[in-house]
Design a protein around this ligand. Structure first.
Ligand code: ADP
Ligand code: MG
Length: 253
């Protein structure tokens, strides 16, 4: 794969629903190996933009390329095998064991299952002995970890996370975010993390995109954002964790 091609590119991608412009002519390049956070208030178009990558949404206009190739040229099921996709409250099959749930992704890819399931459980920091359990015998955080293991099972190099930690308590959420970043680095993934939580974005990502009314209104590094750059929309979001940190600091001052 030529290194000069972006892992992912949006070329004037637009998606309209009736009179609603969910995504408005977004053009963007994402480098291989980047960990990008996509932040914005509810309804700003984050999920719609993310879904144009695995063709759960077909754009009204524009195109998406992966490694330079138009994704519309490839059958959607094949495309989706190369893309890990995890969303809030990801559904595991309730009548299948954890191992069987993870192996679904492997079977599709035609891989040997048993050893690989163990490796995938290690990857998401779950004990191997839960492989025989049923999903309802796991906590919400453990189930999300299984969902991530399943998403990565076919060997996906692109990982899309849509509010994947949204339903978790803050401690579990923080631990899982940190683990995802480690997995990203270890496997050399390209990751897009959709979140409404600017603190999470700043702490995990290399690059933060802010979305508003279907457009990307800021594109900056966490360090730039913390230094006050990136524009008013970005700073309004950065102000939330900043004010919280100041109030906590004031308690001990
Ligand atoms: P976010 O993920 O940032 O909360 P979404 O991408 O889900 O935002 O939604 C962007 C806009 O598009 C919203 O106004 C939403 O109501 C609208 N929208 C999203 N999906 C659909 C759909 N399937 N049909 C109609 N409108 C939709
Ligand atoms: Mg959403």
């Amino acid at each position: 794969m030529p290194d000069n091609l972006p892992a992912l590119a949006f070329e004037r991608v637009t998606e309209t629903y009736g009179s609603t412009i969910a995504v408005d002519a977004v053009s963007l390049e994402i480098a291989r190996g980047a960990f990008v956070a996509l932040v914005g208030t509810s309804g700003s178009g984050k999920s719609t933009l993310l879904k144009t990558i695995n063709r759960l949404v077909e754009p009204s206009e524009g195109r998406v390329t992966i490694d330079g190739a138009d994704i519309a040229a490839e059958p959607a099921p094949e495309l989706r095998r190369r893309i890990g996709y995890v969303f809030q409250n990801i559904g595991l099959f309730p009548h299948m064991t954890i191992a069987e749930n993870i192996a679904i992704g492997l079977r599709i890819a035609g891989r040997r299952e048993d050893a690989k399931v163990g490796e995938l459980l290690d990857l998401v920091d779950l004990p191997r002995d839960i492989a025989g359990r049923m999903p309802d015998a796991l906590s919400g955080g453990q189930r999300q970890r299984v969902g991530i293991a399943r998403a990565l099972a076919p060997g996906a190099k692109l990982l899309l996370l849509d509010e994947a930690f949204g339903a978790l308590d803050p401690v579990t959420r923080d631990a899982l975010g940190t683990r995802i970043r480690e997995v990203h680095d270890r496997l050399g993934l390209t990751t897009i993390l959709v979140t409404h939580d600017m603190a999470e974005a700043l702490l995990l990502a290399d690059r933060v995109l802010v979305m508003k009314a279907g457009r990307i209104v800021a594109d900056a590094t966490p360090a730039e954002l913390v230094a006050g750059k990136g524009g008013d929309d970005a700073q309004a979001l950065v102000q939330v964790p900043r004010a919280q940190a100041e109030r906590l600091q004031a308690l001990v001052a």
